[in-house]
Ligand binder design. Sequence first.
Ligand SMILES: C[S@@+](CC[C@H](N)C(=O)[O-])C[C@H]1O[C@@H](n2cnc3c(N)ncnc32)[C@H](O)[C@@H]1O
Length: 369
Amino acid sequence: MVGGVVVSVVSGSVPQSLLFCPQHLQSQLATRIVAGKRPAKKLHFTLSRSSHLRFSKVQTSPRQTSLHTMDVDLEANLEDAEKLKRGIAEFYDESSGIWEDIWGEHMHHGFYGPNSTVSLSDHRVAQIRMIEEALHFASVSEDLSMKPTSIVDVGCGIGGSSRYLARKYGAQCIGITLSPIQAQRAQSLAAAQGLQDKVSFQVADALNQPFPDGKFDLVWSMESGEHMPDKTKFVQELARVAAPGATLIIVTWCHRNLLSSEQSLLPAEQNLLKRICDAYYLPAWCSSDDYVRILQSLSLQDIKTADWSDYVAPFWPAVISSAMSWKGITSLLRSGWKTIRGALVMPLMIEGYKTGLIKFAIITCKKPS
Ligand SMILES: C[S@@+](CC[C@H](N)C(=O)[O-])C[C@H]1O[C@@H](n2cnc3c(N)ncnc32)[C@H](O)[C@@H]1O
């Protein structure tokens, strides 16, 4: 038991004295520490009940001592996480068919040139370009002897990236999603495209992946990170399944980086994100700086990040206009409430990008060899 002991903490690491704690408690703790805008130098932990962690910041710098206590109800957090997972699975079970009908097999933003005006078929090209730009940004080799051979697609949707990457590199690829309907559809598209020996799909949680350590030489997460309630655990799992020397690519929605004078987003910004979260089954957002801190705490190398918000600007207006088409409206009316509610908040995504609150971020790194 830790009760009453003051322990020194390096930002992002779990103190030795807590290593006996259950895994979920450790990662909760690491998240709190990493997400802290000012890394705490000393923290005071008390396990008040088996499911409660009392968390007091007692010293924030050698000169300054501030005392505040935060009670983390771990059981309630776990229940919330289960509820979120169910919501995500149901949301994609319900909406993936409509999306595929109108937009095809890729469920992510397109990457566009500046000031582009584009037709729907160009959007599909832009979605492929997004994959290519991400690979290029991460310096994934085109060289035959260095190209990836074993890939995991974390949060795979209906497998558009998995099939594209497997075909491009001649690699084996496994995709995971929370949605059983997506996994089934991904598998039948693979069979229809003659890729059944190269790709496979399963329902599995990105935060607890059913793979051994070091299995993959390319770890790919295209627009799934925003759904993860525990960003530290998410990145830890990506790093765990990565082979030594593997490339990790995370393309995800973030909120803007905070200024050094800020402790949090403005209330109006938080309110806008909350409305988006409710409709798209998203937990709290983080910034690309937060991701970088997590990657650094795990000693990952060659960390690179970029803000691609300007390159994706035409995407949401196009999604809205496709939803307003005759086909879009009739499909929406045949779908369920979750899909309709998702459609209703689309303008908030545009507002978020326009005000600079929402950022479309790419974050890449390598696992040390
Ligand atoms: C917007 S879709 C992106 C799909 C795909 N990456 C693409 O680009 O076409 C988000 C995906 O993340 C998956 N996802 C969300 N949370 C997840 C989790 N905890 N574990 C596994 N997959 C998850 C969803 O099931 C869905 O397939």
